[in-house]
Design a protein around this ligand. Structure first.
Ligand code: CMC
Length: 430
């Protein structure tokens, strides 16, 4: 709280209300409107919550105008280049970078939770072979509340931490199992000698018939992408996790709801949609046609991987993935024509008045799919990859909320339906 207030006068009632201004450690000042309805009888209307803060959080800071993203104060550029996903996981959960021994212990803990109950594999085998992996992921993660019911007390910090570790550890195992189910391959169990990203590649691609060699370039690129996706303050899926968590629901239910929210093409599903869009465009000569469609308000087509609710200058994650895309393709000796197409699309869009005026820039998803593709990850697995990274943010934000006093999330509405009317018996209706 600051000493600042904003005064609101209601000309109708002539009442005046001093609204306190809340300041965080960084970011725009925020008006506390909690007394607005009790004192003046008004609600506020903010579709999509574009100007509404629902919580205080110490975890992630974004400055959309300057293209800044920081986890616990550390700039994303430094973390992507110099840290590791396990270190970032520790940082997001506990607030500080780990010492060497803390990291070793934490890694061991996560590693020892990577296996899933064998019944989880039977559950996955019940899905149709071509079920989207996000459908499998959300269903299976929700089901885990039934596997760990002894440790579901959300008011118990030890239970919360255990659930957080289980979710982080098991998410890649379930995601890889969903892919193997589609491929018809037998289960690949986690290997404790591997790090998080290597283990995922092993569970995705190893087959019993031959030895699987992990490509260190692929493991490094994957680790970096997981860091970039780890948290992003109150995005739609994280807000969903917090909203579900605010009811006291168990963490598996909360994260399953987060997965469902992430699946949408306006959110995490955009990485899959970008690749489909690039295939649909097919050739540089057709870029103009699709730009035109993206600008046409009567056409539902949008340029996927473009635009962001918060970033109105550039998405710092996109700057990193764009560079990484070139590096990874070069390191792997690949030349993907989709990258040329993406660059051409980006160039034309960034010169176009429509995109300039609306401050629409490439977001993290614009280039990440091309990297995943280079690593051999199929398109339907792109959003599960996002989910694996974002699980850390979901559980960190859920733990933060659960550890402090909070109210159930319960927005209001502007009712626009009928006024009161009397019930009419069915035989008397026209
Ligand atoms: N292509 C064409 N027009 C767009 C696009 C786009 N990708 N994004 C926004 N616009 C237009 C929109 O039609 C509107 O125009 P007007 O003012 O004339 O009505 C204006 O730009 C503002 O858009 P908005 O929908 O009000 O913005 P928003 O903040 O509600 O939506 C968004 C943000 C990311 C959902 C949106 O930009 C979008 O749909 N982008 C494509 C999907 C995408 O790439 N999503 C991934 C987001 S980053 C990863 C993540 O964190 O989830």
């Amino acid at each position: 709280m600051t000493n600042r207030t904003v005064t609101l006068t209601d000309p109708q009632s002539e009442k005046t209300l001093e609204l306190p201004v809340v300041a965080g450690s960084e970011g725009d000042p925020t008006i506390d409107i909690t007394r607005l309805n009790p004192e003046l009888g008004y609600f506020t209307y903010d579709p999509g919550y574009g100007t509404t803060a629902n919580c205080k959080s110490d975890i992630t800071f974004i400055d959309g105008a300057s293209g800044i993203l920081r986890y616990r104060g550390y700039p994303i550029e430094q973390l992507a280049e110099r840290s590791s996903f396990m270190e970032i996981t520790f940082l997001l959960l506990y607030g500080e970078l780990p010492t060497a021994s803390q990291l070793r212990d934490f890694q061991r803990d996560i590693t020892y939770h990577t296996m899933v109950h064998e019944k989880v594999n039977s559950f996955i085998s019940g899905f149709h072979y071509d079920a989207h992996p996000m459908a499998i992921l959300s269903g299976v993660i929700a089901s885990m509340a039934g596997f760990y019911q002894q440790n579901l007390d959300v008011n118990n910090p030890e239970h919360r931490e255990l659930a957080a570790k289980r979710l982080i550890a098991k998410m890649p195992t379930v995601a890889a199992a969903a892919y193997r189910h589609y491929m018809g391959w037998p289960s690949a169990y986690p290997r404790n000698s591997l790090n998080y990203a290597e283990n995922f590649l092993h569970m995705m691609f190893s087959v019993p018939a031959e030895a699987y060699e992990i490509n260190p370039i692929a493991a490094k690129a994957l680790d970096m992408l997981l860091i970039l996706h780890a948290d992003h303050e109150q995005n739609a899926s994280t807000s969903t996790v917090r909203l579900v968590g605010s009811t006291g629901a168990n963490p598996y239910a909360c994260v399953a709801a987060g997965i469902a929210a992430l699946w949408g093409p306006a959110h995490g599903g955009a990485n899959e949609a970008v690749l489909r869009m690039l295939h649909q465009i097919g050739d540089v000569s057709r870029v103009g046609e699709f730009i035109k469609r993206a600008k046409d308000k009567n056409d539902p087509f949008r340029l996927m991987g473009f635009g962001h609710r918060v970033y109105k200058n550039f998405d710092p994650r996109a700057t990193i993935t764009r560079k990484a895309c070139h590096e990874v393709l070069a390191d792997l000796g690949q030349n993907d024509p989709l990258l040329d197409l993406a660059m051409k699309l980006e160039k034309i869009a960034l010169e176009d008045d429509y995109f300039v005026q609306r401050k629409l820039y490439p977001n993290v998803d614009f280039y990440s799919g091309i990297i995943y593709k280079a690593l051999g990850i199929p398109t339907t697995m792109f959003t599960p990859m996002f989910a694996i990274g974002r699980t850390v943010g979901w559980v960190a934000q859920w733990m933060e909320q659960s550890a402090s006093p909070h109210r159930i999330g319960r927005p209001r509405q502007i009712y626009t339906g009928h006024g009161e009317r009397d019930y009419i018996e069915i035989d008397k209706r026209d």
